[in-house]
Design a protein around this ligand. Sequence first.
Ligand code: APR
Length: 237
Amino acid sequence: MNARAARNIVILTGAGISAESGLGTFRDKGGIWDKFDWQKLATPEAFAADPESVHAFYNARRDNLLAAEPNDAHRALAALELIWQAEERGSFLLVTQNIDDLHARGGSNAVLHMHGELLKSRCNHCSHLFEHEHAITPDSPCPSCGRAGGLRPHVVWFGEMPLGLDTIYEALSACGLFVAIGTSGTVYPAAGFVTEAKAAGAWTVELSLEPGEVSTLFDERHYGPATKIVPDWAGRV
Ligand code: APR
C-alpha cells in the first residue's frame, strides 16, 4: 500500500528533529544524558531532593530553546498538515516527545506534547499552569496564588504518566499512516506506538539519522539528517 492511500496520519517526533536547530538529543554521543544524570534531574524524587538543581537544568535548556529556530523538517511537517487538511485526506495528529516549541513556531497546529512543554510551568499548590520564558527558582511565587515553593516545570519526568495517551491511542487505532521521526525508540510508551499502528493496518515509516531500537518493525525506513529526509519524504507522500 502506498502512503497516498492513507486516510489518517499520526506522526511521532523525537529529539532528532530538533537536533539541527541546535537542541541536543539525549542518547547520541555527547547527548544530554551523557552530560547530565537524568536520575538527578528528571524524576519527581530528584526534584523533591534538589529543586534548585532541577530548575537550573530546565532554565538553561529554556534559554537554549529561546535562541533556537525551527528548521526545514519542522516546516515540512507544518506544510504537510495544511495539504492534508486542504485535500481532506483524513485526520492529522503530530505527537512529539520533545518539550521544545519548534513545531508550533514552525507552523504546525495539531501538536500533542506527550512529555510536556519547556515554556510552561505549573504550581503544586493551586495547579495553575502558565507560559513563561524567564527562569524559575524554588523561591519564585506562583503568578496565580502568589505562594512560593510550589512551581515545577510542566515536563513529564521519568516515572510520571505521559500526557494525551487516550487521544494518541485512539488516533493510532484508526490511522492509515504512522511516521516516526528522529527518535531512538528506546522510551515507552512512545516506542510501542508503531506496534499499535501496525495492528490497525497502518503503513509505517521511520525517518531518522540511523536505525533505532524498533526499526525492524517499520515498513519503510529512510536515514539521514531530518532537514533533508523529512522534506523529501513529505514531498512524496
Ligand atoms: N536528523 C534526524 N535524526 C537525528 C538527527 C538528525 N540531525 N540527530 C539525531 N537523530 C536521531 C538519532 O539517530 C536518534 O535515533 O534522533 C534520535 C534521538 O534519540 P534520543 O536522543 O533517544 O531522543 P528521543 O528518542 O527523542 O528520546 C525519547 O527520552 O529522555 C527521554 O523524555 C526524553 O523525550 C525524550 C525521550
